[in-house]
Write a protein that binds this ligand. Structure first.
Ligand SMILES: CC(C)(COP(=O)(O)OP(=O)(O)OC[C@H]1O[C@@H](n2cnc3c(N)ncnc32)[C@H](O)[C@@H]1OP(=O)(O)O)[C@@H](O)C(=O)NCCC(=O)NCCS
Length: 251
């Protein structure tokens, strides 16, 4: 958690109220190894995917992430987490069948995960700072003009710039649902709106919510207020939501 944010612990009722989808977009950060791996919340498809992981640690993190996602969606919809029907749209983007107005996106990076919730399509991405093979990855991520600018940066700025570009592009490609079917090199990041395959205008904002990581949120709506939360283990109720910043805060 960034040192300039304080955490306010929320009761179940406060969490329902805080995540009820209104005009704000909510981003929830979590450390997966700290959270319970509630397999009983997952549906048959999720359990099947969980069973195919190569190591117990990867399996546990997947279960913890998807159980946490269900808990958050249940708070946001005031429904039962295990009963929620999560499916995929034509592009493979996860959707909530019974609550089409409730949009969400999940991203995980090793033991960290982010979930974004909102009233319009969105995409979130988190990555640990890329410190190895940066020149090779820059060739695979950045467009020609971006690559030129990146090479002109001092080495200590290249790591952050490359990771931020990567999370920005992935967030946009997750928001529109195409994912990495679109070559990120073809998507040059700008200041305002981005037009992506499939049409529509998309807006990007960096998120400074997990130390050592870059993260980004892409949204169909411009300049929505952002509420930043953290999900933590709780002895009494399994997990508990903590408000990290005032709901109008920006990254
Ligand atoms: C979506 C995608 C960009 C994820 O990239 P990633 O950095 O590895 O993973 P992240 O942790 O950030 O995101 C994964 C989550 O994105 C979501 N997701 C999956 N497909 C998605 C899509 N088409 N659009 C938006 N979100 C998607 C899921 O919630 C997934 O979590 P899960 O695997 O635990 O169910 C990538 O998997 C992709 O491009 N998928 C669609 C195209 C495809 O299948 N291509 C084959 C390989 S190129």
């Amino acid at each position: 958690m960034p040192t300039d944010l304080t955490a306010l612990s929320l009761s179940h009722e406060q969490a329902v109220a805080a995540l009820a989808i209104q005009a704000e977009v909510r981003v929830v950060a979590m450390a997966l190894d700290d959270l319970p791996a509630e397999l009983d919340l997952l549906d048959a498809v999720e359990r099947g995917r969980a069973a195919r992981f190569a190591t117990p640690q990867l399996q546990r993190r997947f279960i913890a992430a998807h159980a946490a996602l269900r808990r958050l969606l249940a708070w946001a919809s005031n429904d039962d987490p295990a009963a929620l029907r999560i499916s995929a749209d034509a592009q493979g983007k996860p959707v909530l069948g019974d609550y089409p107005h409730l949009h969400f996106s999940l991203s995980h990076c090793a033991g960290r995960a982010l979930v974004a919730l909102g009233s319009a399509p969105l995409g979130v991405d988190i990555e640990a700072f890329i410190r190895r093979d940066t020149a090779l990855l820059a060739d695979q991520i950045l467009g020609p003009a971006e690559l030129c600018r990146w090479h002109s940066l001092p080495p200590e700025q290249q790591v952050r710039a490359l990771t931020e570009a990567w999370t920005g592009k992935e967030a946009l490609l997750k928001a529109c649902g195409f994912g990495l079917r679109v070559d990120p090199v073809t998507l040059e990041l700008g200041q305002g709106e981005h037009v992506l395959p499939g049409g529509g205008r998309w807006f990007l904002r960096p998120l400074a919510c997990v130390p050592g990581h870059a993260a980004a949120l892409a949204q169909a709506l411009p300049v929505q207020p952002l509420g930043l939360f953290e999900l933590k283990p709780d002895r009494a109720q399994g997990i508990r939501l903590h408000l990290l910043a005032p709901s109008a805060a920006t990254a």
